[in-house]
Design a protein around this ligand. Structure first.
Ligand code: PXG
Length: 469
Protein backbone atom coordinates (compact mmCIF):
# COMPACT_ATOMS: atom_id res chain seq x y z
CA UNK A 1 0.00 0.00 0.00
CA UNK A 2 1.43 3.43 -0.87
CA UNK A 3 1.37 6.41 1.52
CA UNK A 4 -1.74 7.82 -0.10
CA UNK A 5 -3.98 4.85 0.40
CA UNK A 6 -2.62 4.41 3.87
CA UNK A 7 -3.40 7.98 4.97
CA UNK A 8 -6.58 8.74 3.02
CA UNK A 9 -8.10 5.42 1.97
CA UNK A 10 -8.03 6.05 -1.78
CA UNK A 11 -5.45 6.84 -4.44
CA UNK A 12 -5.11 10.33 -5.89
CA UNK A 13 -6.77 9.21 -9.13
CA UNK A 14 -9.69 7.73 -7.24
CA UNK A 15 -10.20 10.96 -5.28
CA UNK A 16 -9.95 13.03 -8.45
CA UNK A 17 -12.50 10.89 -10.28
CA UNK A 18 -15.02 11.08 -7.43
CA UNK A 19 -14.36 14.83 -7.11
CA UNK A 20 -14.98 15.46 -10.82
CA UNK A 21 -18.13 13.32 -10.70
CA UNK A 22 -19.85 15.09 -7.79
CA UNK A 23 -18.18 18.17 -6.30
CA UNK A 24 -18.89 21.60 -7.83
CA UNK A 25 -16.00 23.74 -6.53
CA UNK A 26 -16.34 27.48 -5.77
CA UNK A 27 -15.02 29.96 -8.39
CA UNK A 28 -14.07 27.11 -10.71
CA UNK A 29 -14.42 26.25 -14.38
CA UNK A 30 -15.92 22.80 -13.78
CA UNK A 31 -14.97 21.30 -17.14
CA UNK A 32 -11.34 22.30 -17.15
CA UNK A 33 -10.84 21.16 -13.55
CA UNK A 34 -12.45 17.81 -14.30
CA UNK A 35 -9.96 17.38 -17.15
CA UNK A 36 -6.92 18.28 -15.05
CA UNK A 37 -7.97 16.70 -11.76
CA UNK A 38 -7.98 18.61 -8.47
CA UNK A 39 -5.04 18.64 -6.10
CA UNK A 40 -6.14 16.72 -3.04
CA UNK A 41 -4.86 18.11 0.28
CA UNK A 42 -4.86 15.52 3.02
CA UNK A 43 -3.12 17.00 6.05
CA UNK A 44 -1.29 20.00 7.42
CA UNK A 45 1.05 21.15 10.18
CA UNK A 46 2.31 24.64 11.04
CA UNK A 47 2.72 26.38 7.65
CA UNK A 48 2.92 23.22 5.54
CA UNK A 49 0.36 21.12 3.68
CA UNK A 50 0.68 17.62 2.28
CA UNK A 51 -1.16 16.41 -0.80
CA UNK A 52 -2.46 12.91 -1.55
CA UNK A 53 0.84 12.03 -3.25
CA UNK A 54 2.65 12.82 -0.01
CA UNK A 55 4.25 16.03 -1.39
CA UNK A 56 4.94 18.84 1.07
CA UNK A 57 3.73 22.33 0.11
CA UNK A 58 4.55 25.64 1.80
CA UNK A 59 1.21 27.39 2.28
CA UNK A 60 2.02 31.07 1.77
CA UNK A 61 -1.73 31.89 1.62
CA UNK A 62 -2.78 30.61 5.08
CA UNK A 63 -5.44 28.36 3.56
CA UNK A 64 -7.41 31.25 2.11
CA UNK A 65 -6.13 34.18 4.17
CA UNK A 66 -7.41 32.58 7.34
CA UNK A 67 -5.15 30.11 9.16
CA UNK A 68 -3.49 32.86 11.21
CA UNK A 69 -2.20 30.60 14.01
CA UNK A 70 -1.02 27.92 11.56
CA UNK A 71 -2.22 24.32 11.29
CA UNK A 72 -2.36 21.74 14.04
CA UNK A 73 -2.81 24.00 17.08
CA UNK A 74 -3.78 21.73 19.95
CA UNK A 75 -5.64 24.44 21.91
CA UNK A 76 -8.14 24.93 19.08
CA UNK A 77 -8.59 21.21 18.48
CA UNK A 78 -9.22 20.58 22.18
CA UNK A 79 -11.65 23.51 22.44
CA UNK A 80 -13.70 22.12 19.55
CA UNK A 81 -13.64 18.59 20.94
CA UNK A 82 -14.70 19.67 24.42
CA UNK A 83 -17.53 21.81 23.08
CA UNK A 84 -18.74 19.08 20.71
CA UNK A 85 -18.98 16.75 23.68
CA UNK A 86 -20.66 19.22 26.02
CA UNK A 87 -23.06 21.04 23.69
CA UNK A 88 -22.56 20.70 19.93
CA UNK A 89 -25.36 23.09 19.07
CA UNK A 90 -27.86 25.42 20.48
CA UNK A 91 -29.25 28.57 18.88
CA UNK A 92 -29.20 32.17 20.08
CA UNK A 93 -32.75 33.01 18.95
CA UNK A 94 -35.67 33.14 21.40
CA UNK A 95 -33.83 34.80 24.27
CA UNK A 96 -31.21 32.09 24.67
CA UNK A 97 -27.42 32.08 24.68
CA UNK A 98 -24.52 29.65 25.16
CA UNK A 99 -21.35 30.35 27.17
CA UNK A 100 -18.91 30.20 24.21
CA UNK A 101 -20.86 32.84 22.24
CA UNK A 102 -21.00 35.14 25.25
CA UNK A 103 -17.31 34.63 25.97
CA UNK A 104 -16.27 35.28 22.39
CA UNK A 105 -18.37 38.46 22.19
CA UNK A 106 -16.71 39.63 25.39
CA UNK A 107 -13.22 38.80 24.10
CA UNK A 108 -13.83 40.50 20.74
CA UNK A 109 -14.87 43.67 22.56
CA UNK A 110 -11.56 43.46 24.44
CA UNK A 111 -9.32 43.16 21.39
CA UNK A 112 -11.29 45.58 19.18
CA UNK A 113 -10.43 49.29 19.06
CA UNK A 114 -12.16 51.50 21.68
CA UNK A 115 -15.89 51.96 21.20
CA UNK A 116 -16.71 48.46 20.01
CA UNK A 117 -18.74 46.70 22.69
CA UNK A 118 -21.23 44.64 20.66
CA UNK A 119 -21.05 41.73 18.24
CA UNK A 120 -23.51 40.13 15.81
CA UNK A 121 -22.40 36.61 14.77
CA UNK A 122 -22.80 35.04 11.34
CA UNK A 123 -21.43 31.93 9.66
CA UNK A 124 -19.12 33.68 7.17
CA UNK A 125 -17.73 36.97 5.92
CA UNK A 126 -20.35 37.14 3.17
CA UNK A 127 -23.13 36.80 5.72
CA UNK A 128 -21.36 39.44 7.79
CA UNK A 129 -21.57 41.88 4.89
CA UNK A 130 -25.23 41.00 4.24
CA UNK A 131 -25.77 41.84 7.90
CA UNK A 132 -24.00 45.17 7.35
CA UNK A 133 -26.38 46.14 4.55
CA UNK A 134 -29.46 45.34 6.63
CA UNK A 135 -28.02 46.88 9.78
CA UNK A 136 -26.99 50.24 8.32
CA UNK A 137 -30.33 50.60 6.56
CA UNK A 138 -32.15 49.77 9.78
CA UNK A 139 -29.99 52.32 11.63
CA UNK A 140 -31.01 55.15 9.31
CA UNK A 141 -34.63 53.96 9.38
CA UNK A 142 -34.67 54.15 13.17
CA UNK A 143 -33.24 57.66 12.96
CA UNK A 144 -36.10 58.74 10.70
CA UNK A 145 -33.97 58.94 7.55
CA UNK A 146 -35.22 55.90 5.58
CA UNK A 147 -34.06 57.44 2.31
CA UNK A 148 -30.44 56.97 3.42
CA UNK A 149 -30.09 53.67 1.55
CA UNK A 150 -27.06 53.85 -0.68
CA UNK A 151 -23.83 52.11 0.24
CA UNK A 152 -20.69 53.22 -1.59
CA UNK A 153 -18.00 50.61 -2.26
CA UNK A 154 -15.09 50.38 -4.68
CA UNK A 155 -14.25 48.66 -7.93
CA UNK A 156 -12.04 45.59 -7.46
CA UNK A 157 -13.18 45.24 -3.84
CA UNK A 158 -14.08 41.78 -2.54
CA UNK A 159 -16.84 41.53 0.06
CA UNK A 160 -18.14 37.99 -0.48
CA UNK A 161 -20.32 35.91 -2.71
CA UNK A 162 -23.90 36.19 -1.44
CA UNK A 163 -26.22 38.58 -3.34
CA UNK A 164 -25.30 41.50 -1.08
CA UNK A 165 -21.64 40.49 -0.66
CA UNK A 166 -21.08 40.17 -4.40
CA UNK A 167 -22.97 43.45 -4.97
CA UNK A 168 -20.80 45.28 -2.45
CA UNK A 169 -17.77 43.76 -4.10
CA UNK A 170 -16.50 45.48 -7.20
CA UNK A 171 -15.70 42.46 -9.35
CA UNK A 172 -17.27 42.89 -12.80
CA UNK A 173 -17.12 39.19 -13.54
CA UNK A 174 -19.28 38.53 -10.49
CA UNK A 175 -21.78 41.31 -11.29
CA UNK A 176 -22.23 39.81 -14.74
CA UNK A 177 -23.63 36.61 -13.21
CA UNK A 178 -26.98 36.85 -11.44
CA UNK A 179 -28.07 40.42 -12.21
CA UNK A 180 -25.90 42.30 -9.72
CA UNK A 181 -25.40 44.66 -8.04
CA UNK A 182 -28.66 44.80 -6.11
CA UNK A 183 -30.22 48.28 -5.90
CA UNK A 184 -28.64 50.91 -3.68
CA UNK A 185 -25.00 49.87 -4.04
CA UNK A 186 -22.60 51.99 -6.10
CA UNK A 187 -18.85 51.87 -6.73
CA UNK A 188 -16.02 54.36 -6.99
CA UNK A 189 -12.42 53.75 -8.15
CA UNK A 190 -9.85 51.90 -6.04
CA UNK A 191 -6.72 53.58 -4.62
CA UNK A 192 -4.37 51.61 -6.87
CA UNK A 193 -1.54 53.67 -8.37
CA UNK A 194 -0.62 51.14 -11.08
CA UNK A 195 -4.13 51.11 -12.49
CA UNK A 196 -3.27 54.56 -13.79
CA UNK A 197 0.54 54.60 -14.07
CA UNK A 198 3.21 52.15 -15.25
CA UNK A 199 6.16 53.91 -13.59
CA UNK A 200 6.46 53.89 -9.81
CA UNK A 201 5.41 57.11 -8.03
CA UNK A 202 7.93 59.91 -7.54
CA UNK A 203 8.40 61.76 -4.24
CA UNK A 204 5.07 62.96 -2.81
CA UNK A 205 3.06 61.57 -5.72
CA UNK A 206 1.64 58.60 -3.86
CA UNK A 207 0.29 60.76 -1.03
CA UNK A 208 -1.28 63.17 -3.53
CA UNK A 209 -2.85 60.20 -5.33
CA UNK A 210 -4.29 58.92 -2.03
CA UNK A 211 -6.10 62.23 -1.50
CA UNK A 212 -7.28 62.25 -5.11
CA UNK A 213 -8.67 58.70 -4.79
CA UNK A 214 -10.48 59.61 -1.56
CA UNK A 215 -12.03 62.65 -3.26
CA UNK A 216 -13.75 60.27 -5.72
CA UNK A 217 -15.96 59.49 -2.73
CA UNK A 218 -16.68 63.19 -2.23
CA UNK A 219 -17.68 63.44 -5.91
CA UNK A 220 -19.94 60.40 -5.64
CA UNK A 221 -21.63 61.78 -2.52
CA UNK A 222 -22.26 65.08 -4.31
CA UNK A 223 -23.81 63.18 -7.23
CA UNK A 224 -26.06 61.04 -4.99
CA UNK A 225 -26.89 63.69 -2.39
CA UNK A 226 -25.42 63.10 1.06
CA UNK A 227 -28.91 62.69 2.50
CA UNK A 228 -29.24 59.47 0.48
CA UNK A 229 -25.92 57.88 1.43
CA UNK A 230 -25.94 55.39 4.31
CA UNK A 231 -22.37 54.11 4.44
CA UNK A 232 -19.01 53.64 2.81
CA UNK A 233 -17.42 50.17 2.92
CA UNK A 234 -13.82 49.18 2.22
CA UNK A 235 -11.12 46.67 3.05
CA UNK A 236 -8.26 48.53 4.81
CA UNK A 237 -5.96 46.70 2.37
CA UNK A 238 -7.72 45.01 -0.58
CA UNK A 239 -6.92 41.30 -0.36
CA UNK A 240 -8.54 39.29 -3.15
CA UNK A 241 -8.13 42.33 -5.43
CA UNK A 242 -4.37 41.76 -5.32
CA UNK A 243 -3.06 43.15 -2.01
CA UNK A 244 -3.69 46.75 -2.97
CA UNK A 245 -2.16 48.82 -0.17
CA UNK A 246 -3.56 52.36 -0.26
CA UNK A 247 -1.31 55.40 0.22
CA UNK A 248 -1.15 56.48 3.89
CA UNK A 249 -3.16 59.61 3.04
CA UNK A 250 -6.16 57.67 1.71
CA UNK A 251 -8.08 56.35 4.72
CA UNK A 252 -7.75 59.46 6.92
CA UNK A 253 -9.17 61.52 4.03
CA UNK A 254 -12.00 58.98 3.52
CA UNK A 255 -12.75 59.31 7.22
CA UNK A 256 -12.88 63.12 7.04
CA UNK A 257 -15.25 63.00 4.06
CA UNK A 258 -17.59 60.47 5.73
CA UNK A 259 -17.64 62.44 8.99
CA UNK A 260 -18.37 65.69 7.17
CA UNK A 261 -21.49 64.12 5.63
CA UNK A 262 -22.54 61.95 8.59
CA UNK A 263 -21.96 58.76 6.59
CA UNK A 264 -21.15 55.50 8.40
CA UNK A 265 -17.75 53.90 7.79
CA UNK A 266 -17.56 50.12 7.47
CA UNK A 267 -14.17 48.42 7.63
CA UNK A 268 -14.26 44.94 6.08
CA UNK A 269 -11.69 43.22 8.31
CA UNK A 270 -12.32 39.69 7.00
CA UNK A 271 -8.72 39.46 5.76
CA UNK A 272 -7.03 42.32 7.63
CA UNK A 273 -8.38 41.41 11.08
CA UNK A 274 -6.67 39.43 13.84
CA UNK A 275 -3.08 40.50 13.36
CA UNK A 276 -2.60 40.23 9.60
CA UNK A 277 -1.40 43.85 9.25
CA UNK A 278 0.58 43.97 12.52
CA UNK A 279 -2.26 45.39 14.61
CA UNK A 280 -5.39 43.56 15.78
CA UNK A 281 -7.40 45.24 13.00
CA UNK A 282 -6.40 46.74 9.65
CA UNK A 283 -8.16 50.04 10.38
CA UNK A 284 -5.66 50.59 13.21
CA UNK A 285 -2.76 50.16 10.78
CA UNK A 286 -4.41 52.43 8.21
CA UNK A 287 -5.29 55.08 10.81
CA UNK A 288 -9.07 55.38 10.78
CA UNK A 289 -11.92 54.69 13.17
CA UNK A 290 -14.84 52.83 11.57
CA UNK A 291 -18.41 52.57 12.89
CA UNK A 292 -18.78 48.90 11.94
CA UNK A 293 -16.35 46.09 11.17
CA UNK A 294 -16.98 42.83 9.32
CA UNK A 295 -14.86 39.88 10.45
CA UNK A 296 -14.51 36.15 9.63
CA UNK A 297 -11.55 33.94 8.62
CA UNK A 298 -8.87 34.73 11.25
CA UNK A 299 -11.40 34.86 14.11
CA UNK A 300 -11.16 31.04 14.25
CA UNK A 301 -8.02 30.80 12.10
CA UNK A 302 -10.36 29.04 9.67
CA UNK A 303 -10.55 25.87 11.80
CA UNK A 304 -14.37 26.16 11.75
CA UNK A 305 -16.62 28.63 9.91
CA UNK A 306 -17.49 31.84 11.76
CA UNK A 307 -18.03 35.48 10.88
CA UNK A 308 -19.79 38.52 12.18
CA UNK A 309 -20.05 42.24 12.63
CA UNK A 310 -18.46 44.31 15.37
CA UNK A 311 -20.88 47.13 16.07
CA UNK A 312 -19.54 50.47 17.31
CA UNK A 313 -21.40 52.48 19.92
CA UNK A 314 -22.92 55.00 17.49
CA UNK A 315 -24.89 52.23 15.75
CA UNK A 316 -25.33 49.93 18.75
CA UNK A 317 -26.93 52.72 20.78
CA UNK A 318 -29.59 53.34 18.15
CA UNK A 319 -30.29 49.63 17.53
CA UNK A 320 -30.59 48.95 21.25
CA UNK A 321 -32.18 52.10 22.65
CA UNK A 322 -34.73 52.76 19.91
CA UNK A 323 -35.96 49.21 20.45
CA UNK A 324 -37.98 46.97 18.17
CA UNK A 325 -36.86 43.68 16.73
CA UNK A 326 -33.97 43.56 14.27
CA UNK A 327 -35.48 40.89 12.02
CA UNK A 328 -32.23 39.26 11.00
CA UNK A 329 -30.18 36.23 12.01
CA UNK A 330 -28.84 32.83 11.01
CA UNK A 331 -29.24 29.36 12.51
CA UNK A 332 -25.51 29.41 13.17
CA UNK A 333 -25.32 32.96 14.63
CA UNK A 334 -23.19 32.29 17.70
CA UNK A 335 -22.62 28.57 17.00
CA UNK A 336 -21.15 27.22 20.24
CA UNK A 337 -18.43 25.07 18.65
CA UNK A 338 -17.32 27.85 16.32
CA UNK A 339 -17.32 30.35 19.18
CA UNK A 340 -15.39 27.99 21.47
CA UNK A 341 -12.72 27.69 18.79
CA UNK A 342 -12.80 31.49 18.38
CA UNK A 343 -12.16 31.96 22.09
CA UNK A 344 -9.25 29.48 22.04
CA UNK A 345 -7.86 31.12 18.90
CA UNK A 346 -7.93 34.69 20.27
CA UNK A 347 -6.36 33.53 23.52
CA UNK A 348 -3.63 31.74 21.58
CA UNK A 349 -2.95 34.82 19.43
CA UNK A 350 -2.49 36.71 22.70
CA UNK A 351 -0.39 34.02 24.41
CA UNK A 352 1.94 33.68 21.44
CA UNK A 353 2.10 37.47 21.04
CA UNK A 354 1.37 37.05 17.33
CA UNK A 355 0.25 40.63 16.70
CA UNK A 356 3.57 41.95 18.05
CA UNK A 357 5.42 39.16 16.21
CA UNK A 358 4.00 40.49 12.93
CA UNK A 359 4.45 44.16 13.85
CA UNK A 360 8.00 44.01 15.21
CA UNK A 361 9.58 40.90 13.77
CA UNK A 362 8.29 38.96 10.76
CA UNK A 363 6.40 41.91 9.20
CA UNK A 364 9.54 44.06 8.87
CA UNK A 365 11.49 40.93 7.88
CA UNK A 366 9.03 40.20 5.06
CA UNK A 367 9.31 43.85 3.98
CA UNK A 368 13.13 43.55 3.81
CA UNK A 369 12.86 40.24 1.93
CA UNK A 370 10.47 41.88 -0.54
CA UNK A 371 12.93 44.75 -1.12
CA UNK A 372 15.47 42.11 -2.17
CA UNK A 373 12.97 40.39 -4.47
CA UNK A 374 12.21 43.78 -6.06
CA UNK A 375 15.61 43.46 -7.79
CA UNK A 376 14.50 40.44 -9.77
CA UNK A 377 14.15 41.52 -13.43
CA UNK A 378 10.48 40.44 -13.58
CA UNK A 379 9.42 42.53 -10.59
CA UNK A 380 8.14 46.06 -11.24
CA UNK A 381 7.10 46.78 -7.69
CA UNK A 382 7.11 44.93 -4.40
CA UNK A 383 4.85 45.94 -1.53
CA UNK A 384 4.01 44.57 1.88
CA UNK A 385 1.75 45.44 4.79
CA UNK A 386 2.30 43.29 7.85
CA UNK A 387 2.19 39.71 6.56
CA UNK A 388 0.65 40.49 3.18
CA UNK A 389 2.91 40.92 0.20
CA UNK A 390 2.54 41.54 -3.51
CA UNK A 391 4.97 41.44 -6.42
CA UNK A 392 3.84 43.12 -9.63
CA UNK A 393 5.33 41.29 -12.62
CA UNK A 394 6.32 43.54 -15.50
CA UNK A 395 7.65 43.17 -19.02
CA UNK A 396 10.23 45.90 -18.60
CA UNK A 397 11.60 46.81 -15.21
CA UNK A 398 12.98 50.20 -16.30
CA UNK A 399 9.66 51.61 -17.53
CA UNK A 400 7.31 49.41 -15.51
CA UNK A 401 5.53 48.39 -18.71
CA UNK A 402 3.08 45.56 -17.95
CA UNK A 403 2.83 42.29 -19.87
CA UNK A 404 0.01 42.14 -22.42
CA UNK A 405 -3.04 40.66 -20.67
CA UNK A 406 -3.18 37.67 -23.03
CA UNK A 407 0.19 36.41 -21.73
CA UNK A 408 -1.45 35.77 -18.33
CA UNK A 409 1.93 36.10 -16.67
CA UNK A 410 0.50 35.56 -13.18
CA UNK A 411 -0.97 32.22 -14.18
CA UNK A 412 2.35 31.18 -15.73
CA UNK A 413 4.13 31.99 -12.48
CA UNK A 414 1.42 30.32 -10.39
CA UNK A 415 1.87 27.15 -12.46
CA UNK A 416 5.53 27.06 -11.43
CA UNK A 417 4.60 27.66 -7.78
CA UNK A 418 2.18 24.75 -7.96
CA UNK A 419 4.89 22.41 -9.28
CA UNK A 420 7.58 23.70 -6.90
CA UNK A 421 5.51 23.17 -3.75
CA UNK A 422 4.57 26.78 -2.96
CA UNK A 423 1.08 28.18 -2.62
CA UNK A 424 1.06 31.76 -3.84
CA UNK A 425 -1.95 33.49 -5.43
CA UNK A 426 -1.93 35.21 -8.81
CA UNK A 427 -4.28 38.17 -9.26
CA UNK A 428 -3.72 39.43 -12.78
CA UNK A 429 -0.05 40.40 -12.88
CA UNK A 430 0.26 40.51 -9.07
CA UNK A 431 1.74 37.53 -7.19
CA UNK A 432 0.62 37.62 -3.59
CA UNK A 433 1.35 35.99 -0.25
CA UNK A 434 -0.28 36.07 3.18
CA UNK A 435 1.41 33.33 5.22
CA UNK A 436 0.33 32.16 8.69
CA UNK A 437 1.31 34.67 11.39
CA UNK A 438 3.35 31.98 13.18
CA UNK A 439 5.87 31.96 10.32
CA UNK A 440 9.49 32.40 11.41
CA UNK A 441 12.32 34.37 9.78
CA UNK A 442 13.92 31.11 8.62
CA UNK A 443 10.63 30.07 7.03
CA UNK A 444 10.35 33.46 5.29
CA UNK A 445 13.82 32.74 3.84
CA UNK A 446 12.58 29.34 2.71
CA UNK A 447 9.49 30.96 1.12
CA UNK A 448 11.63 33.64 -0.58
CA UNK A 449 13.94 30.98 -2.06
CA UNK A 450 10.90 29.22 -3.56
CA UNK A 451 9.49 32.54 -4.84
CA UNK A 452 12.86 33.36 -6.47
CA UNK A 453 13.00 29.95 -8.10
CA UNK A 454 9.46 30.39 -9.51
CA UNK A 455 10.28 33.90 -10.76
CA UNK A 456 13.41 32.52 -12.47
CA UNK A 457 11.39 29.79 -14.17
CA UNK A 458 8.78 32.35 -15.27
CA UNK A 459 11.54 34.63 -16.60
CA UNK A 460 12.97 31.72 -18.60
CA UNK A 461 9.50 31.13 -20.12
CA UNK A 462 9.17 34.84 -20.93
CA UNK A 463 12.58 34.88 -22.64
CA UNK A 464 11.82 31.74 -24.62
CA UNK A 465 8.40 32.97 -25.74
CA UNK A 466 9.65 36.48 -26.60
CA UNK A 467 7.34 38.25 -24.09
CA UNK A 468 10.01 40.60 -22.76
CA UNK A 469 10.89 44.04 -24.12
N1 PXG B 1 -14.77 40.21 2.81
C1 PXG B 1 -13.49 40.07 2.45
C2 PXG B 1 -12.57 41.24 2.56
C3 PXG B 1 -13.02 38.83 2.01
O1 PXG B 1 -11.74 38.71 1.65
C4 PXG B 1 -15.24 37.96 2.33
C5 PXG B 1 -15.63 39.20 2.76
C6 PXG B 1 -16.25 36.86 2.30
O2 PXG B 1 -16.02 35.94 3.30
P1 PXG B 1 -16.58 34.43 3.16
O3 PXG B 1 -16.29 33.85 4.50
O4 PXG B 1 -18.04 34.53 2.90
O5 PXG B 1 -15.85 33.80 2.01
C7 PXG B 1 -13.90 37.75 1.95
C8 PXG B 1 -13.47 36.39 1.49
C9 PXG B 1 -9.39 35.08 -2.95
C10 PXG B 1 -10.57 34.84 -2.06
O6 PXG B 1 -9.43 34.57 -4.08
C11 PXG B 1 -10.82 35.67 -0.99
C12 PXG B 1 -11.95 35.46 -0.20
C13 PXG B 1 -12.78 34.39 -0.46
C14 PXG B 1 -12.51 33.54 -1.53
C15 PXG B 1 -11.41 33.76 -2.34
O7 PXG B 1 -8.45 35.77 -2.57
N2 PXG B 1 -12.22 36.35 0.80
Amino acid sequence: MNTTTRTTGRTTQEWQAADAAHFLHPFTDFQSLAKKGARIITRAENIYLWDSDGRRILDAMSGLWCVNVGYGQRALIDAATRQLEQLPFYNAFFQTATPPAIELAELLAEVAPPGFQHVFFTGSGSEGNDTIVRMVRRYWDLLGQPQRQVIVSRRNAYHGSTMAGASLGGMEGMHAQGGLPIPGIVHIGQPYWHEHHDAPPGPGQLEAFGIEAARWLEDKIAELGAENVAAFIGEPVQGAGGVIIPPASYWPEIERICRRHGILIVSDEVICGFGRTGRWFGCETMGFAPDLMTFAKGVTSGYVPLGGVLVGERVAKVLIERGGEFAHGYTYSGHPVACAVGVANLRLIRELGLVGHVHDDVGPYLAATWRELARHPLVGSAETCGLMGALRLVRDQASGEPFPAEVEIGMVCRGHCFREGLIMRAVGDRMIVAPPLVITRAQIDEMAALVTRCLDLTLADARREGWLR
